[in-house]
Each structure stands twice: as structure tokens, then as C-alpha cells.
Design a protein around this ligand. Structure first.
Ligand code: HEM
Length: 201
């Protein structure tokens, strides 16, 4: 299985790229067909946020996949998945500024300072920005060990994203708690003694 994936890496990467654009297409179609329900702005904001979160989980799932299959092949897909996370987080922010705030910039700063779920969402987004910028091989070579340290901020960004969705969900916590559980598993298998016990023969 892994060998097949390895031999067809370029084609599979192309396919993953096209699949990653489908949520964007769905957002456009929703707007074009006016099928987003009674509150289109909210529907767009939720959908883009959900996709940013799903890609974040897929990015974080690469390490467990590598450990389970004992193959580093999956690492070749991590950058693309991470960049899709940021891409949908940027769309999420643009939708928020454009449709929910109506480009009232003073309201954006007001929201960031006064609404805790926006504060943590924005901090998560800010942490993702340098990771997206330095995601190229060139930056990886240039920064060396500092690149690894910088990209560890994915854990802090994930924690902030979880806070963001728990805070904004208010009373209906079922869905956010599913995400918390998934993240907890993704983190748990990375803890060195657990990793050793589960994945070393
Ligand atoms: C850039 C700063 C951000 C702002 C201003 C922002 C704003 C918002 C807003 C206004 C909502 C809807 C709240 C409601 O309807 O009551 C929301 C929900 C959400 N956001 Fe963000 N967000 C930000 C960053 C992020 C990031 C970085 C992620 C994920 C990587 C994310 C994921 C989500 C998710 C999953 C939801 C819930 C969607 C649902 O309930 O279906 N947000 N955000």
C-alpha cells in the first residue's frame, strides 16, 4: 500500500491538491446558488472555520500515520495540508471582516480585545502566519533547528483553536468536545514513553 502511494506520489499530491479546493468550490457554489440558508454570512464563516479545523487535524495526523505505518512517505503531504489549514483560516478571517464586520476595522480591534473567542482565534491565526510563510524547503534549510522550534507552535495554535470553538459554542459543547478528543489522541501518541510503547517493536 505505502509502496503504491510512494510510486505515485506526484499524481496523489495533485489529487490531494484538487480535493483540498473542493470546500472552496462548495463555498462559491453556495453563494452563487443562494443555498446557504437564512444567514449566509454565518454559514460561510462556519463552513470555512470547520474546514480550517479539519485540515489542521489532517496535518496533525501525519505523525501518527508515519508511526503506525512505519513509513515517512506521509510527511510529503504535511506541507500541503498545513497550507490548506492556513488557506481556509485566511478565508475564514476574510469572511468575518467582509460579511460579519462590514469592513469596520475599528470593530475588528474591538472584537479582538473584548470577545475572548475572537481573541484566541486571532492569536491562533497569528501563530499560523509565520509557519505558513516559512513552510518552504528554502526556509527550512535557512532556519535549521529554529524551523523545528517555530513549527512546534502548531501545538499552541491547536490549543487556541480548541478554546476558540469551545468558547463560541456556548452551551452546545458536543461537537467541540469531539474535536478536543481527537486532538487529545493526536497529542497523546506523541508523548515519548507512549510513542515508544505503542510503536517500537
Ligand atoms: C483569524 C481570527 C478568527 C476570527 C476573527 C474568527 C471568527 C469566527 C466567528 C465569528 C465564528 C462564528 C461564531 C458564531 O457563529 O457565533 C467562528 C467559528 C469558528 N471558527 Fe473561527 N475565527 C478565527 C480563527 C479561526 C481559526 C484559526 C480556526 C481554525 C483553524 C477557526 C475555526 C473555527 C471553527 C471550527 C468555528 C466553528 C464553526 C462551526 O460551529 O461550525 N477560527 N470563528
Amino acid at each position: 500500500m505505502v509502496a503504491i502511494i510512494k510510486n505515485n506520489r506526484a499524481k496523489i499530491k495533485g489529487l490531494v491538491f484538487l480535493l483540498g479546493l473542493i470546500p472552496l468550490l462548495m463555498l462559491f457554489l453556495g453563494v452563487a446558488q443562494d443555498s446557504l440558508g437564512p444567514d449566509p454570512a454565518k454559514a460561510l464563516s462556519h463552513s470555512s472555520g470547520d474546514w480550517a479545523l479539519r485540515f489542521l487535524m489532517l496535518t496533525m495526523a501525519i505523525t501518527p500515520l508515519r508511526l503506525i505505518t512505519r513509513s515517512s512517505e506521509w510527511v510529503h503531504y504535511r506541507r500541503m495540508l498545513g497550507l490548506f489549514t492556513f488557506f481556509y483560516a485566511v478565508i475564514h478571517l476574510i469572511i468575518y471582516c467582509l460579511f460579519l464586520l462590514g469592513l469596520q476595522w475599528q470593530d475588528l480591534w474591538g472584537d479582538i480585545l473584548e470577545r475572548p473567542y475572537i481573541t484566541v482565534g486571532f492569536l491562533a491565526w497569528l501563530l499560523m502566519l509565520p509557519m505558513a510563510i516559512t513552510s518552504t524547503h528554502r526556509w527550512q534549510r535557512k532556519l535549521g533547528k529554529r524551523w523545528v522550534r517555530l513549527h512546534r507552535s502548531i501545538y499552541a495554535a491547536s490549543a487556541l483553536v480548541l478554546l476558540h470553538i469551545i468558547w463560541q459554542a456556548r452551551s452546545d459543547l458536543a461537537e467541540p468536545l469531539v474535536y478536543v478528543l481527537i486532538f487529545a489522541i493526536l497529542i497523546f501518541v506523541r508523548i515519548p514513553p507512549i510513542k515508544k510503547r505503542l510503536f517500537s517493536r
